[in-house]
Design a protein around this ligand. Structure first.
Ligand code: HEC
Length: 191
């Protein structure tokens, strides 16, 4: 019985073999340490009017082309050898490790997906709350109910639920009651 359920999990998630790159966990810490001082939210220290913390602005500023690291300015510059071109500038005393450079290139290759900040914040659990109530509360706070179509909502729900389960220590078990309300419907509740 135990073995059978392990097997069905493995079959359901073949991608687990190669861990995906996640913005909040893998990429944002790099950009935040090494790039945001000059290409982040603070207009006072921003250079070139280039923001890397907002996907649309990074693309509009031609920092990268999603799916194409070879043609991406940002990847060329972090690997540049000419002192005048290297990002971060040597004068900033910030240096990227080769692992960090590789992660940035792989992330762009995979489409340069950002996660909104609420998606990687640590969910807080109040006494007596089951995990679906936590997720519903957090999503309500983002306003995503009002904005997106139902596809956006389901994707956001799945992302948030995944994060809540892995970080908060809340039980992933879904009660019958929340099952009926869950936008993921039978898929999440079939077991
Ligand atoms: C200390 C400030 C500073 C930091 C930190 C910094 N940059 Fe820059 N960045 C600049 C400046 C200044 C320019 C304009 C350079 C120029 O045009 O010669 C620039 C320009 C750029 C450009 C546009 C270049 C072009 O020609 O269009 C990209 C892309 C870029 N930086 C990426 C990054 C990345 C990625 C990081 C982090 C790994 C980073 N930068 C960190 C100061 C910084």
């Amino acid at each position: 019985m135990f073995r059978q359920s392990v097997l069905s999990v493995l079959l359901a998630f073949p991608v687990l073999a190669e861990p995906e790159i996640r913005y909040g966990r893998d990429i944002r810490p790099i950009l935040s340490d090494k790039c945001f001082f000059c290409h982040g939210p603070d207009a006072k220290t921003r250079e070139e009017d280039l923001r890397l913390d907002i996907r649309e602005e990074a693309i509009a500023g031609k920092a990268f082309i999603p799916g194409n690291p070879e043609k991406s300015r940002m990847i060329k510059l972090i690997n540049a050898t000419d002192e005048d071109d290297i990002m971060p500038p040597p004068s900033s005393h910030k240096v990227l490790s080769s692992k960090e450079k590789q992660l940035l290139a792989d992330w762009i290759k995979a489409g340069a997906v950002y996660e909104p900040h609420w998606a990687f914040s640590v969910p807080k659990r109040e006494a007596g709350q089951d995990i679906d109530s936590i997720v519903a509360r957090d999503l309500a706070a983002t306003g995503i109910f009002a904005r997106g179509g139902s596809g956006d909502f389901v994707a956001a729900y799945a992302l948030r639920r995944d994060r809540a389960t892995s970080l908060s220590g809340a039980s992933g078990g879904i009660s019958e009651r929340t099952c009926a309300r869950s936008p993921r419907g039978g898929g999440a509740c079939g077991r």
